[in-house]
Every structure is written in structure tokens, then in C-alpha cells.
Design a protein around this ligand. Structure first.
Ligand SMILES: C[S@@+](CC[C@H](N)C(=O)[O-])C[C@H]1O[C@@H](n2cnc3c(N)ncnc32)[C@H](O)[C@@H]1O
Length: 398
């Protein structure tokens, strides 16, 4: 198929892929189109041609799906923050379920029947408690743009409000616009502090308060199912999971390399009079070997809630060699999660009991997943390795 940039095509969409783009075909050649739905016929213009696929922009929806709805945001389509505002919310949930099931089957070798239906967010707009806005000098218009990166290029779309952000953040956006940064290229993090949690300004906290009770309930139910008595909460931030689940175990340890987050975790535990836990300011890879020796594996559950890049191979290897009774993997990045689950479960070392997706990010391509892994019949044989542990860069999720 010899397509070139600028070609105009009418396509029928037969899938919406993980990442949010619709999939159309010319003969067998795949063309990705954003902001479409399965079954739609759309007029498009080719914007990029690669060896195995092309990308096109949406010009017009010729035959709309009955599941198409009017987006609430006037910037939808231009702003790069949301991909799914044109899709009715229940359909977004079904779509995310299919995408997760396909991805986990392909990359994680996890059967689709292990993936539970996606838990909806009770508030599909106005939910986000943290956003990053950017400033950029708009040369042609001789003005400062303040907003989010555009969907079609790296430029900043000037915005006055964000429909998925909490109302308090929209007031903060107006404040930034009234007192703009003196030049372009500045990033400003806006957030609503959670009630009852001490969180330093730059530390991680889950960014949807409305679905947090369900997230905790899911992890609690998994933990209860294994009957583990000790909890190792890795990548613990300000102690969220360890503290929320302290009453379900005899003892817990949280590990986090953000020193200020650890100070807050200790304050958060003290404020709730929780004494059965400790928090270690350390890199997971540095303390995990010792921690796994400290508790008997058959009584121990490990929570993994790593940044988007997932876990280092070294961490997965240690878990495979020690075989704690349960690993609960929490992630907002299903692709790296599926990769890591595949490693953990290879040769029957761990078995997947269930994966629970939660829609922490309505209107966007993102979804949170929690996986319940139980120790299988086999332990991996210890490997003799160089004692130096490779450390990748760091970075918080979302
Ligand atoms: C997705 S957040 C999870 C935080 C926490 N579990 C929560 O629910 O609030 C990932 C956390 O891992 C921390 N982190 C990233 N790499 C780390 C490492 N190698 N060792 C320890 N902590 C790390 C980050 O600072 C961040 O707080």
C-alpha cells in the first residue's frame, strides 16, 4: 500500500487500541486514527507513514457510533490530556477491560478470564487532584500559552479550565493565568492536598480521591484472601497502603527512597496511633534481600506499587527466589505491569489469582490495575550474580 502524507481516506474503525487510537485498515495496512469508535466510518487525512502502519487525523465522522457522546470539554481533540470524552462512560469501561485483557494475554500470558470488570469512578469528570500545567511563548500570536501539551504536537494548548480536574484546581489555573510566569518553558504542579494525609509538595499521592476507597478495598480483599500476617509495602510513598491495611496484619514495613515522603509516612502512622509498622528511607533494591529474610515467606505479602517503568529485574528475581505467599502488584502502567507479571509467573513460581482494573483516570487512555499473585509450587533457583545492582533512573507515576 503506497500511502503518502496528505492522502485523504475514508476508513471503517474495527478496534480502539491500547493508548486510545482507533484502528482502520486499507487492505491489510493499519491506519491509526484518534477520537473514533468501533464501527464508525470516518474521513481522515494521513499525517505519518511508517513501514508497517500509518497515522491519520480525523476530518469528519461520516457514520457515528450510537455510543458516541458530546465531549464536555471545549479543548477536547486539541489538548493531549483526554482521549475518550467522545465515548459514553460505560463504553469506556468495556473498552478498557478489553484492552487490558488483550494486553495481559499477549504480554503477560494471563488468561482473559482472570481480568475482572473495570470498577468505575463515581465521578467521571472533576476527579483529578493533581495536574501539571506548562507555559510556552506563542511566537505567531505574541502571547504566553498556559495549559497542556497538544494531542498532535509538542506545543502547549492554551486552556482556561480542565474538565477532569477538581474544581479547586480550576481556580488555581485561573490564578496562574492572572499571575503568569515571567517566561515560557515553566512547569507548574497544581494539587489538592488530601484530607488526613501529610504529603510533601513534590511527593506522590494517588491522584483520584473518589476511587481511593475502592482501591484500598481491593487490596484489602486480596490480602485477606491470602491470610498473610506480615506486609512489605514497597514503593510506599507517604505510607498509604501500609497504614490503610495495618489492622489486617501483625506488622508491616514500608520502603521508599523519597526521604520527605518517609518523614510524612511516620507522621501519618503516628497520627493514627499505628505502632506496628516501620518505614525505611531506602531504595527497594538495596533493602529487599534483607527484608525478605526477616519474615517467613509463607506468612508474608509484598505490595509492589512501582513507578511507571515497573520493577527492576533484580527485584523480580529476588521475589521469585524467596517466594512470599502473596505479591499484590498495583500499577497505573499496564504494559510494564504485564511484562513484570510474565516474569514473576514464569515456570509456575507465582500464579495469578485475579487482576482488578479500576478506572482512576476516566476520559483518558489510562487505567489502574491491581493483581493478586500467590506463590506457586516452584521456587526459582538462586542465581549467582554480580553483587552490583543496576539502578535505572527514577520517576513517579503520573
Ligand atoms: C506509584 S508511587 C506509589 C506510592 C504509594 N504506594 C502510594 O500509593 O501512594 C511510586 C513510589 O515509588 C518511589 N520510588 C521510585 N523508585 C524507587 C526505588 N527504586 N526505591 C524506593 N522507592 C522508589 C517514588 O518516589 C514513589 O513514591
Amino acid at each position: 500500500m503506497s500511502l503518502k502524507i496528505g492522502d485523504k481516506l475514508t476508513l471503517t474503525i474495527n478496534d480502539v487500541a491500547f493508548g486510545g487510537e482507533g484502528v482502520g485498515r486499507i487492505d491489510d495496512f493499519v491506519v491509526f486514527v484518534p477520537f473514533v469508535l468501533v464501527g464508525e466510518s470516518v474521513a481522515t487525512e494521513i499525517t505519518e507513514v511508517k513501514k508497517n502502519f500509518a497515522r491519520a487525523k480525523l476530518l469528519r465522522v461520516e457514520k457515528p457510533s450510537p455510543e458516541r457522546v458530546a465531549p464536555e470539554c471545549r479543548y477536547f481533540g486539541a489538548c493531549g490530556g483526554c482521549q475518550y470524552q467522545h465515548i459514553a462512560y460505560p463504553v469506556q469501561l468495556r473498552l478498557k477491560h478489553k484492552q487490558i485483557a488483550d494486553l495481559f494475554e499477549r504480554v503477560g500470558k494471563i488468561p482473559a478470564d482472570k481480568i475482572a470488570p473495570v470498577i468505575p469512578c463515581p465521578q467521571p469528570y472533576g476527579y483529578r487532584n493533581r495536574i501539571m500545567i506548562r507555559s510556552q511563548w506563542n511566537k505567531p500570536e505574541q502571547k504566553l500559552n498556559i495549559g497542556f501539551i497538544r494531542a498532535d504536537c509538542g506545543l502547549v494548548e492554551d486552556i482556561e479550565e480542565c474538565k477532569i480536574a477538581e474544581p479547586a484546581l480550576n481556580e488555581q489555573i485561573l490564578h496562574v493565568r492572572a499571575h503568569p510566569p515571567p517566561k515560557g518553558g515553566i512547569k507548574v504542579m497544581l494539587r489538592v492536598q488530601p484530607e488526613d494525609w501529610d504529603v510533601p509538595p513534590d511527593s506522590f499521592f494517588q491522584n483520584n480521591f473518589f476511587l481511593l476507597p475502592k482501591l484500598v478495598e481491593t487490596v484489602r480483599e486480596f490480602l485477606r484472601g491470602s491470610g498473610a500476617r506480615h506486609l512489605i509495602d514497597l514503593y510506599c510513598g507517604v505510607g498509604f497502603f501500609g497504614i490503610e491495611l495495618a489492622d489486617a496484619v501483625e506488622s508491616f514495613v514500608g520502603v521508599e527512597y523519597d526521604q520527605r515522603a518517609i518523614q510524612s509516612a511516620r507522621k501519618n502512622a503516628a497520627a493514627r496511633k499505628i505502632a506496628a509498622g516501620e518505614f525505611l528511607p531506602a531504595k527497594v533494591e538495596e533493602v529487599l534481600p534483607e527484608l525478605l529474610q526477616k519474615f517467613s515467606p509463607e506468612k508474608t505479602a509484598v505490595i509492589l506499587d512501582p513507578p511507571r517503568k515497573g520493577c527492576q529485574p533484580e527485584i523480580l528475581r529476588l521475589l521469585r527466589e524467596t517466594g512470599p505467599a502473596q505479591v499484590i502488584y498495583v500499577s497505573c502502567h499496564p504494559a510494564t505491569m504485564a511484562r513484570d507479571l510474565n516474569v514473576l509467573c514464569a515456570d509456575g513460581v507465582f500464579d495469578i489469582a485475579r487482576v482488578q482494573p479500576l478506572d482512576m483516570f476516566p476520559q483518558t487512555q489510562h487505567v489502574e490495575c491491581v493483581a493478586d499473585l500467590r506463590a506457586g509450587q516452584n521456587l526459582a533457583k538462586p542465581q549467582i550474580l554480580d553483587s552490583t545492582v543496576s539502578t535505572h533512573g527514577d520517576g513517579n507515576a503520573n
